[in-house]
Design a protein around this ligand. Structure first.
Ligand SMILES: [Zn+2]
Length: 347
């Protein structure tokens, strides 16, 4: 599909009206695992240094069922680049991220999303609000120029900052998704409940309001119900794929039970949800009326495929979904050797 075919392609809101939309996230962690991004500052320099890695990862997520190719500009803003002394990369990084996403979306008939994230500069000081707005506006201008189909503002823990993002995104006229991260408290950092936060974001004109990152499926669901009950607009849910608990409700608060060491962000492996747990979450969220679904930090293509299949879809990757009946030792296929099936008990 080329840019000129764009009008023929259903947009975000139309797709949501027709059913569900999947958006794969979690590019930071996946690139870190693959050895192309440094944990710590978590700046996506990879889109400049190894664009082919991002092209391929976008393709893998679409193959697994993602309807949206989210430009990997997460944390590619002025403040994170300042920390690593590379502010000169701001424009090439954002433009490359959008260009790569556009290319894969055109290939696959999916939607390109421009991306904004928490700036880590928002405070009570109104001066900071101006700075934040300026940072959003410069990133949005590149997203619009690149022909983004929608805009995502994500992982905000201040309602105030999310409202600035919504106002800036709305000024472009593109469909707008805004997702909040709730940490250990059930309120934003500026003290708003999930219900109040969702209402205010809807009132500000966001098309889709929801939650992403921070919480795993189990601890996101109760807040998600609050959000769904609070608004009339579409709701988004993109948990991290970790087994968070009531006592440790976020990936940052998880502790290794043997050492009490914090495994975030590079030793979370023992807590990773199986694909079946992601399928359970998908069904639960969908039953609540949540139509915009995805998985955040820690997501792999197998999680996205599982999500798609739980929604009754068959993405291209389903061609390779498991069929253990043909396993040489554990399978049930009658042509398999009985001796091997018996031996399987001892494996
Ligand atoms: Zn995340």
């Amino acid at each position: 599909m080329t840019k000129s075919d764009k009008s023929a392609k259903a947009g975000l809101m139309e797709r949501l009206r027709q059913g569900s939309v999947i958006c794969a996230e979690g590019y930071l962690f996946e690139c870190e695992r693959r050895g192309y991004l440094q944990a710590g500052a978590f700046v996506p320099e990879v889109v400049v240094e190894h664009p082919e890695v991002i092209t391929e990862l976008h393709r893998e997520f679409v193959h697994a069922g993602s309807d949206i190719v989210e430009a990997f500009s997460y944390y590619g803003h002025r403040e994170t680049l300042r920390i690593i002394g590379k502010e000169h990369l701001l424009e090439p990084l954002n433009k490359n991220a959008l260009e790569i996403a556009r290319q894969v979306a055109d290939e696959t008939g999916t939607l390109v999303a421009g991306d904004l994230s928490n700036t880590n500069l928002f405070t009570d000081d109104p001066g900071s609000h101006k700075t934040v707005r300026g940072m959003f506006d410069e990133q949005l201008a590149w997203a619009v120029e690149a022909g983004a189909d929608l805009l995502i503002g994500e992982t905000f823990s201040y309602l105030g900052e999310a409202l600035i993002a919504v106002e800036a995104m709305r000024a472009t006229g593109l469909p707008t998704v805004v997702t909040m991260v709730f940490h250990q408290e059930d309120t934003t950092r500026d003290g708003f409940s999930a219900t109040e936060t969702a209402k205010r974001l809807e009132d500000a004109g966001a098309d889709v309001v929801g939650l992403n990152c921070g919480r795993g499926p189990r601890t996101m669901l109760p807040l998600l119900k609050e959000v769904r009950d609070a608004v009339k607009c579409e709701v988004a849910a993109l948990p991290v794929p970790y087994r968070t608990t009531q006592e440790q409700p976020t990936m940052q608060s998880l502790r290794d039970p043997n050492t009490d060491i914090r495994p975030f962000p590079t030793a979370l492996d023992p807590f990773v949800c199986t694909r079946y747990e992601i399928a359970d979450f998908t069904r639960d969220a969908h039953e609540l009326g949540v139509r915009y679904l995805g998985v955040c930090c820690g997501a792999g293509p197998h999680h996205i495929r599982s999500m798609a299949e739980a929604l009754g879809r068959k993405p291209a990757a389903s061609r390779y979904s498991p069929d253990m009946s043909k396993h040489a030792f554990m399978g049930t296929d009658p042509t398999l050797k009985k001796e091997n099936r018996d031996y399987a008990e001892r494996l």
